[in-house]
Design a binder for this molecule. Structure first.
Ligand code: SF4
Length: 115
């Protein structure tokens, strides 16, 4: 049995996951989203990546996040690519800063306005 803390919502349910002959059984999840999270975590774990990027001509950094969860094995490559990104002002929340980060098909988006 493996115990996971669900990170889908602030409730943070402690979910028990049992794996037997490739079959996954989930207990103590507060809702269906928690069950999906636990199953994904056991088979193909992913995380939304958050970071900041430089803004040309400005000391302020732009907060960014991936538009979707990134497979855990790609996170290092995604972070390496994000580290090289610089944007020009103005930037609006939701602007796509970079498409197809590290070949994942996932975009990097701004999470703050910078005028
Ligand atoms: S199982 Fe459902 S209620 Fe519990 S933390 Fe996850 S999303 Fe929230």
């Amino acid at each position: 049995m493996r115990e996971l803390t669900c990170i889908v919502c602030p409730m943070g349910c402690r979910i028990k996951v049992y794996e037997d002959n490739g079959q996954i059984r989930v207990e103590d999840q507060g809702c269906r989203r928690g069950e999906l999270y636990a199953r994904d975590e056991m088979t193909a774990p992913k995380r939304v990546v958050t970071s900041v990027v430089a803004v040309q001509g400005c000391s302020e950094l732009l907060p960014v996040k991936t538009a979707a969860p990134v497979p855990k094995e790609a996170i290092f490559r995604v972070m390496e690519e994000i580290r090289q990104v610089t944007v020009e002002k103005p930037v609006r929340i939701g602007d796509v800063i970079r498409e197809n980060l590290a070949g994942t098909g996932i975009a990097l988006i701004a999470t703050k306005h910078i005028q």
